[in-house]
Design a binder for this molecule. Structure first.
Ligand code: FAD
Length: 690
């Protein structure tokens, strides 16, 4: 029923000949300018902007703040879309705020006639996202202290909440649940039901769309808002700078920030400031023709980056030339690709998500996620700019009919430019304001890789083990090619002598902006994780890592082999690895033998090959065979690790382990499950899954 309401509204809006323009993006993010903050951090002075949200809203005339707790950018996108929709449909004066940019002590002074929206992703084992840690600890703490001592402290605060979670994790959407509960306990009033999106079921976008319309209805009623005819207003003003060319030194051609532009890049390197790292070595580690898995060695010796075994490395991708060209062609921008433009935020709380002046080419190539799945809401908003009446009607239909959208767009894995090509029947779409793309497409996201080396063994070199994404799609002749992994494949080809690599017909600006990545470099930063070996090497460990899930465990075993060589007492080290065939994708098959030499009987590799023999054997089956030893090791407080596929494998391993414990200890299965739960809470059971 919720969807019906949504459909009617979408249709009505389109029929009015107007459009509700919803933005994605970071672009409303205030107070935090990734580029500016890089400079200020480098100069040692944090931006002097206010951290008082009530003051900020007063200063900028806002009555609705949308806070986000985001790790990969989706929550941030949803926050921006809600802000845009609140303004265009209900005339709310909205702003978006990064949770880490504000203090919470003064939330008790939040005026009664304003509203706060919380869009909160749950990360990993029910944890807050990095930018929401402080807020979470404050609000769910025993006795948060507020600036005034009214009772209840948040009696004036009206709020709306949406969570992004994954039902394959045990603590499903725990962020939004715990925060809502905490806010209500402090006296805040929740408007409508808290929404919950499920990435595990693949329904995040639809869950969000289904939640937001009843929410708007409830909010409009509570705040006495009137819905109005939504009109598209660009958030960004784009001006061509005829006096500049792409060779002018102040023009950004993809450099991530000013230091990179001026060639004075220096640390600290982090999520706002990548290190352009040399790739010391790269090789293919599958022994089969049609699939690729890369082993890369990233040299961090020239940076001040450091890592610990079990950490993640983030790779900043570059879009493939083929898709950049497609995007620029279908939007009519191809002749102007190198034109220099300035991009200015037209709303004081909006933020341009990349440095400017720049070129269309650089924005599309380095800053926008142009290959990602298309949002149905975004398609609806583009309808008025269609080149033909047919295309306009088709876009409207796609926007309002969920099943039709799935059939035509999602099931075919089309990206935005491919969608416009298909719907436009070959016509270009020059009427779409470029601002709409900046608003509606996600800022390109670095991709994480579990570091597959040990920092004890190679302190200044980070190994990556990455399968190159290539997905065959029914009804399409070309395969979907992963953005980052195919870029890495091209870098590998370059390193092996091809000056213009084009894996699968994808081309790249492989030497980067102004050739700054020449000599085979890739922008990276390191993210520290809690996925760690026990500090005492004599403790036993059990690792489950099929496919590229073996990545961190190569690091773990490498480390333990070194410790054994150093004469340390190393505990039992069991590794369950699975792949299709021994002869095709058995990762590091030779290396394990070396580690075995160093570790002797302490190390055992247990393999599961799913496509050999008549029956499919997976890691969880082999785990069952080792039930007795696994249970004994757990009783000796062995650490248990799972890495790789979150959707199926990790869940099954959890189930199997609970069964093993129940059977071996002669207790009911429910008790076995409890034991695993307790192991998780005490970090005896750790996951690194994606
Ligand atoms: P993307 O372009 O991001 O595509 C990925 C998938 O998204 C596609 O396969 C497809 O399912 C979907 N998709 C993309 N575009 C569309 C579209 N238009 N329509 C519909 N669906 C689409 N990977 C490793 O190989 N090794 C590791 O050690 C590793 N460690 C990780 C650790 C963590 C903590 C996390 C979060 C992830 C890890 N990953 C690892 C996964 C890695 O981060 C990337 O997700 C992966 O390499 C794919 O990236 P890509 O840019 O090549 O593909």
């Amino acid at each position: 029923a919720q969807l019906d309401t949504l459909d009617i509204i979408v249709l009505a809006v389109i029929l009015c000949g107007s459009v509700a323009y919803f933005t994605k993006g970071t672009y409303w993010g205030i107070a935090k300018d990734p580029y500016a903050s890089t400079y200020s951090a480098a100069n040692g002075n944090k931006a002097a902007k206010t951290r008082n949200i009530v003051e900020k809203m007063d200063e900028t005339g806002k009555n609705c703040v949308v806070f986000y707790g985001s790790q990969t950018g989706t929550a941030e996108d949803y926050a921006s879309r809600l802000a845009k929709e609140g303004k265009s449909r209900f005339g709310l004066e909205t702003m978006v705020a990064d949770l880490e940019d504000y203090e919470y002590e003064n939330l008790d002074t939040f005026p009664e006639d304003k509203v706060a929206v919380f869009v909160l992703a749950t990360y990993g084992e029910g944890e807050p996202t990095d930018n929401a840690v402080d807020f979470y600890e404050f609000i769910t703490g025993d006795e948060p202290t507020f600036s005034e001592s009214s009772e209840p402290p948040l009696g004036n605060l009206k709020f709306v909440a949406f969570g992004l979670g994954n039902n394959t994790y045990e603590h499903y959407n725990s962020m939004v649940r715990n925060v809502s509960k905490a806010l209500e306990k402090l006296g805040a009033v929740k408007i409508g039901a808290a929404g919950e999106g499920d990435d595990g079921a693949g329904t995040m976008e639809e869950d969000f769309l289904a939640w937001k319309d009843p929410m708007w209805t409830a909010l409009a009623e509570k705040m006495g808002l009137e819905e109005r005819e939504a009109v598209y207003e660009p958030v960004f003003g784009i001006t061509e700078k005829e006096e500049l060319t792409k060779d002018s030194p102040e023009v950004y051609l993809g450099e991530p920030n000013k230091m990179h532009l001026e060639g004075t890049s220096k640390g600290p390197y982090n999520a706002h400031n990548p290190y352009i790292a040399p790739i010391a070595e790269s090789r293919e580690i599958f022994t089969v023709k049609d699939r690729n898995c890369l082993h890369l060695e990233i040299d961090i010796s020239g940076s001040n980056l450091s890592y610990q075994t079990g950490d993640h490395i983030a790779v900043w991708p570059t879009n493939a030339g083929k898709e950049v060209d497609r995007f620029l062609a279908v939007t009519g921008l191809l002749p102007k690709r190198d034109a220099v433009i300035s991009v200015k935020a037209l709303d004081p709380t909006a933020k341009v998500p990349f440095p400017a002046p720049t070129t269309y080419d650089a924005i599309v190539r380095y800053h926008m996620e142009i290959c990602a799945p298309v949002s149905r809401q975004f398609v609806a908003t583009l309808a008025p700019f269609a080149p033909t009446e047919d295309a306009k009607a088709e876009m409207a239909k796609l926007g309002s009919d969920k099943d039709y959208f799935h059939e035509k767009i999602s099931n075919k894995y089309l990206n935005i430019a491919q969608t416009l090509e298909v719907i436009g029947g070959g016509e270009q779409w020059p009427a779409i304001p470029f601002s709409a793309f900046i608003e509606g497409l996600t800022k390109i996201q670095p991709r994480y890789y579990s570091i597959s080396s040990s920092s004890l063994v190679q302190k200044h070199k980070i190994s990556i083990t990455a399968v190159v994404e290539s997905v065959q799609i029914a009804g399409r002749t070309d395969a979907l090619k992963g953005v980052t992994t195919n870029y890495l494949l091209a870098l590998k080809q370059k390193q092996h002598g091809d000056p213009n690599p084009d894996p699968h017909g994808l081309t790249y600006d492989i030497t980067g902006p102004r050739n700054k990545y020449d000599g085979v470099h890739v922008p990276v930063h390191v993210r520290h994780s809690n996925f760690k070996l026990p500090s005492d090497p004599s403790k036993p460990i059990i690792m489950i890592g099929p496919g590229t899930g073996v990545a961190p465990f190569r690091g773990f075993v490498q480390e333990r082999a070194q410790q054994a060589k150093n004469g340390e007492d190393v505990g039992r080290t069991l590794l369950f690895f699975g792949c299709r065939k021994q002869s095709e994708d058995f990762l590091y098959s030779e290396e394990w033998k070396e580690y075995k030499e160093a570790l002797g009987d302490k190390f055992e590799l247990i393999t599961a090959f799913s496509r050999e023999g008549s029956k499919k054997v997976y890691v969880q089956h082999r785990l069952e065979e080792y039930a007795k030893e696994v249970n004994e090791l757990l009783l000796q407080k062995a650490y248990f690790y799972v890495c790789g596929d979150a959707a199926n494998m990790a869940r099954e391993v959890n189930i199997v382990l609970a069964k093993i414990i129940a059977k071996q200890r002669g207790v009911p299965e429910a008790k076995g499950e409890e034991v695993v739960k307790a192991m998780r809470s005490s970090s005896q059971y750790q996951e690194d899954v994606w």
